[in-house]
Design a protein around this ligand. Structure first.
Ligand code: ARG
Length: 247
């Protein structure tokens, strides 16, 4: 019973289930994005090749993703795919994961600490994205990228999609979500909804001013009015992530 409740809550937060929301195109409301322009965006796949989350190369052997993407899994059970815009192709490289670090306080996305660092078995040549050292001002237009669902109730994208979403103030996000924690999270989206990340985009980047400012984490459904996307706040975890980059 408790498990059933937990799973249905997770399904809503991650964009599964729930028979409302109209069909919306791409990320939700995004457009095609090129891997050449965003060579640091990667996806996580099972050993059979099925994509389930996103990630960001921040060093030649280091990928920042969401802890909820890798919780309860082992390095040998996933791969990182770099340089592949279209899932149906064999472009780019498939990398084994040598080590998974997840935030020691992580328990669920909504409770924060939803960040993890994967160490790849070998370095990639792709350009990497720097971690932000300061938070963007509210209203800054940030970019999200991913291969996740193009509608709250819909299939994942076969190709990389991207969308621009404004960073929200903590005050506005607190008004939308009682469980928003400004010390751990940052929200992005439009009050009217329509453009958002969705299930399968988790772990992927929220980018502003050429740096990683957030990791796709959760939201109530996808692209709903007054229910923005919630991202793990990189500046909150910068010191811990930097430690992982040295290791
Ligand atoms: N938890 C979802 C995942 O694992 C990401 C949800 C993002 N939701 C949103 N409305 N922005 O893919």
């Amino acid at each position: 019973m408790r498990l059933a409740v937990f799973l249905s809550v997770l399904a809503v937060l991650c964009g599964g289930g729930v028979a409302t929301a109209a069909a919306e195109p791409r990320v939700v409301g995004g457009t095609r994005a090129s891997i050449a322009e965003h060579p640091w965006v990667v996806f996580l796949a099972g050993t059979t090749g099925s994509q389930f989350c996103g990630g960001t190369l921040v060093a030649p052997t280091k990928v920042v993703t969401a802890a909820h993407c890798v919780a309860g899994t082992a390095p040998e059970r996933l791969v990182v795919v770099a340089g592949r815009e279209d899932k149906r192709t064999q472009a780019g490289e498939t990398l084994r994961v040598a080590r998974i670090w997840k935030h020691p306080f992580y328990s669920s996305a909504e409770q924060g600490s939803d960040v993890a660092v994967l160490t790849l078995a070998r370095p990639v040549a792709n350009r990497v994205l720097p971690l932000a050292s300061a938070d963007p001002a509210p209203g800054t237009v940030a970019k999200v990228l991913g291969w996740g669902r193009t509608a709250e109730i819909g299939a994942a994208s076969q190709v990389l999609l991207g969308a621009n979403v404004p960073v929200m103030s903590n005050q506005d996000c607190t008004a939308d979500y009682a469980r928003f924690d400004p010390a751990a999270m940052v929200c992005a989206g439009y009050p009217r909804g329509g453009i958002d990340t969705c299930q399968g985009d988790s772990g992927g980047p929220l980018v502003a001013n050429g740096a990683l400012i957030g990791v796709t984490s959760w939201g109530e459904g996808c692209a709903r009015p007054g229910q923005p996307g919630v991202y793990s706040r990189i500046t909150a975890y910068r010191a811990l992530i930097d430690q992982q980059l040295k290791g």
